[in-house]
Design a protein around this ligand. Structure first.
Ligand SMILES: NC(=O)c1ccc[n+]([C@@H]2O[C@H](COP(=O)([O-])OP(=O)(O)OC[C@H]3O[C@@H](n4cnc5c(N)ncnc54)[C@H](OP(=O)(O)O)[C@@H]3O)[C@@H](O)[C@H]2O)c1
Length: 191
């Protein structure tokens, strides 16, 4: 993903003068342990570092495009983890654990916590330049392709399917959310 990110930015974004909305949505879930070519645990790199790197590369374009907005798709499950050690200090080894210390659900939760911390910090740094950032939770156990790495999650998502939001309503909500805040931004600019 790291290697493909500069390609994405140079190939797709050099044609655009403005970028008003960036949605950081890509994620993996319940992967068996693996390392990327950068020697980092895959869930951590795909779910958090990839977005972090992409935003760094697009930061100038976003600032030039103000009002602009970054939406980071996180999850409620960020609540069920921590990235601090027992003395309350950030423990970097928890973010990209070894095979022995890896648990897929925990890796996902930690990456989603990183999404929120990143979004909050990005907002602090870029909002003075007219670029806001928000982290969102799209809904619980929505039937998508995210569970396909493990049959157990596929079963759970299938059982929950009649009682949860559909992906269509989720994507509609996200579009309405973006439109709402863009209109708000335009109104604020005019006044
Ligand atoms: N579904 C839920 O219940 C739920 C709940 C809470 C939060 N979320 C969050 O919602 C977001 C969307 O998830 P979803 O449920 O819609 O799952 P999804 O259908 O599997 O979507 C995940 C997306 O990430 C992309 N992706 C995965 N690995 C990638 C990589 N290495 N490089 C580039 N793109 C990659 C996938 O692209 P390809 O299709 O090309 O593989 C896919 O478009 C995620 O951030 C997830 O954490 C989902």
């Amino acid at each position: 993903m790291f290697r493909s990110t500069p390609d994405i930015t140079s190939a797709n974004f050099c044609f655009f003068r403005f970028l008003h909305v960036l949605v950081c949505n890509a994620a993996v879930f319940a992967l068996p342990w693996s390392l990327t070519k950068d020697h980092l645990e895959t869930t951590f790199q795909v779910n958090h570092l990839g977005h972090f790197y992409l935003v760094q590369l697009l930061q100038d374009l976003l600032c030039r495009s103000a009002p602009a907005r970054v939406v980071v798709v996180s999850s409620e499950s960020h609540r069920f983890t921590d990235i601090n050690d027992s003395s309350g200090k950030l423990d970097l080894s928890l973010l990209s654990p070894s095979k022995e210390e890896y648990w897929a659900m925990l890796a996902y939760n930690r990456s989603k916590l990183c999404n929120i911390l990143f979004s909050n910090e990005l907002h602090c740094r870029l909002s003075p330049h007219g670029v806001t950032s928000n982290a969102v939770h799209p809904g619980n156990m929505m039937y998508s392709s995210i569970h396909h790495n493990w049959w157990l999650y596929t079963l759970l998502f299938t059982l929950a399917r009649p009682f949860t939001k559909s992906m269509v309503s989720d994507q509609l909500m996200l579009c309405l959310y973006i439109i709402h805040f863009n209109i708000l931004g335009m109104k604020q600019q005019k006044s």
